[in-house]
Design a protein around this ligand. Structure first.
Ligand code: HEM
Length: 520
């Protein structure tokens, strides 16, 4: 099918007065965004002289090919559509897609970008053209933080990635492995419940965000690194936090290589190098501890099966150390689900009651099989609040036709899972939190149903089972043992739903709740 000839890419600018005004607004939000990354000084005269030179180069570059590109919003010289990203890219891109369609062509600096905002289009990318879009774009921050793209998440598709990925899936995150971590999950959940009981006995509010993050960190550290690092909780937690924040930071040099120096001047690269070094030192300590433990075990138990239990690092030690950092991907994302689920419960007490009825009536042995409503609640939370709303970007390795449009080699692909989860074409009352919508169908998040892809599809997340196991257990325990309310008699509508900025989205202000009897 031939696409609408009106969108043939022959003109550079289509500016009406109204979209000129929108652009002015967008540019001011772009400047705010830059300010956030401390590069507000780009307004220096040097920048504007370079700008003039590149306007000419830009226009020449764009007018060379006659391609049928997906519809696009107006672009600015040099920066293209970088000003359209806004503070919350998943929200800004959804609004743009409502005007320009589920396949939208943008340009971030020099880089062509395809934004995908419907289940149907995502399925084309992830199913039909999976191999064309399986690679990740190179990003200098990833290079600095992820051992020159050696970790599973950023490694280029190929033999090395396949090996790392299969180690992950078979040895660390398989169903059998995840089952074997059950004891750790249960112990840490019991400790979390104990903490809440203590606070409740004094009628003190509970900082649920902090509790979820700490419990999840403890579970992951015990499984991944062999022990808790709670004595270093603040240090390790802060480091992880900075690590994930940096992964989501906008590095202008990735899109405009001639401006790469800005990230040196504004300290972004310096920060990345510092965090990478600190992470490295932390992991050195973990590895040394493991090697000593392993040697001691071999000496003490020569040939006898002892209590020594292999953790992730032991397995990874046999291969390479670079992959330990993938747990940064697991911590932040997993606890975000708990935080948003509890937030939605506090806004929808009837839903919390319905889940309580279910968990209070199911026996412990059957719990994971029969808790249909709990599973529905988790799906609904992932639909409305996917922890990585734009998934991880990929890049096309060759020119390809997609629904009649040209996608050129080197195009970065952003799949807006957040927008897809709220698409009225797939969901009735898409903005409402209604777990019941999952009770009479088999829609799941494992990558087969493209209307719900918080873990992506194709090159999907290998940590799904791991994440769901801890989420189900902690959530079930929290509503089984306690009745929750907002502190000080606050109403549901008072709950602040503002999100954090970055690769993963959390609630910006911590979620504080109290037991019902202490709410006034
Ligand atoms: C609710 C929790 C989680 C969510 C929503 C999530 C989501 C994602 C997403 C969207 C991707 C990118 C897939 C793509 O677009 O290509 C990803 C990749 C990945 N995740 Fe997760 N994740 C979660 C938990 C975990 C956990 C617990 C682990 C490990 C313990 C983990 C390890 C990884 C790894 C290693 C990758 C890279 C896979 C590859 O590129 O081959 N994730 N995850």
């Amino acid at each position: 099918m031939r696409a609408d000839p009106r969108i043939v890419h022959t003109h550079l600018f289509h500016l009406s007065y109204s979209n000129l005004w929108n652009m002015v607004k967008d540019i001011s939000s772009f400047l705010q965004l830059l300010e956030q990354y401390e590069i507000f000084f780009i307004s220096c005269p040097l920048f504007f002289s370079l700008l003039a030179i590149f306007v000419v180069v830009f226009i020449r570059t764009f007018n060379t090919r006659n391609l049928v590109l997906p519809p696009w919003p107006p672009k600015l010289p040099i920066i293209g559509n970088l000003h359209n990203i806004g503070r919350y890219p998943h929200r800004s891109l959804k609004s743009l897609a409502q005007r320009f369609g589920p396949l939208m062509s943008l340009r971030f600096g020099n880089v062509p970008v395809l934004v995908v905002s419907s289940a149907d289009a995502a399925s084309e990318i992830k199913k039909t053209h999976d191999l064309t879009f399986v690679n990740r774009p190179k990003r200098s921050i990833f290079q600095k933080l992820l051992y020159d793209y050696k970790d599973v998440a950023s490694a280029p598709y190929g033999e090395y990635w396949r090996q790392m990925r299969s180690i992950c899936v078979l040895n660390l995150l398989s169903n059998r492995r995840v089952q074997s971590y059950r004891g750790v999950r249960e112990e840490e959940t019991a400790l979390a419940v104990e903490k809440i009981e203590k606070s409740s006995s004094l009628c003190s509010p509970v900082n649920l965000s902090e509790l979820f993050s700490a419990t999840n960190n403890n579970v992951i550290c015990r499984i991944a690194l062999g022990r808790k690092y709670s004595e270093d909780t603040n240090k390790f937690g802060k480091l992880l936090n900075e690590f994930t924040k940096l992964l989501g930071a906008l590095d202008v040099g990735d899109y405009l290589p001639w401006l790469a120096w800005l990230s040196h001047v504004n300290g972004l690269h310096g920060k990345a190098e510092k965090v990478a070094k600190e992470f490295d030192e932390f992991l050195d300590g973990v590895l040394e501890e493991h090697m000593n433990r392993h040697d001691r075990h071999v000496n003490d138990h020569a040939g006898i099966q002892g209590e020594y239990q292999e953790d992730f690092v032991d397995v990874l030690l046999e291969i390479q150390r670079e992959n330990t950092d993938m747990f940064a991907a697991g911590t932040d994302t997993t606890y975000a689900v708990l935080e948003w689920a509890m937030t939605e419960f506090l806004r929808h007490p009837k839903i919390m009651k319905k889940l309580q009825n279910e968990v209070r009536n199911v026996s412990a042995e059957n719990s994971s099989i029969y808790m249909h409503y709990l599973k529905a609640v988790i799906k609904e939370t992932l639909r409305l609040h996917p922890p990585i709303p734009l998934l991880l970007p990929t890049i096309s390795t060759k020119d390809v036709k997609l629904k009649g449009y040209d996608v050129i080699q080197g195009t970065q692909v952003i799949i807006n899972a957040w927008a897809i989860g709220r698409d009225p074409a797939s969901w009735e009352n898409p903005e409402e939190f209604i777990p019941d919508r999952f009770l009479d169908n088999s829609i799941d998040f494992k990558g087969q149903h493209f209307q719900l892809i918080p873990f992506s599809s194709g090159r999907t997340c290998p940590g799904i089972l791991f994440a769901i196991a801890i989420n189900e257990l902690l959530l079930a325990n929290l509503v089984h043992k306690f009745d929750w309310s907002l502190p000080g008699g606050a109403k549901e509508k008072d709950l602040d739903m503002t999100e954090t900025v970055g690769l993963t989205t959390h609630k910006k202000s911590p979620l504080i709740a109290v037991e019902n009897r202490c709410s006034f």
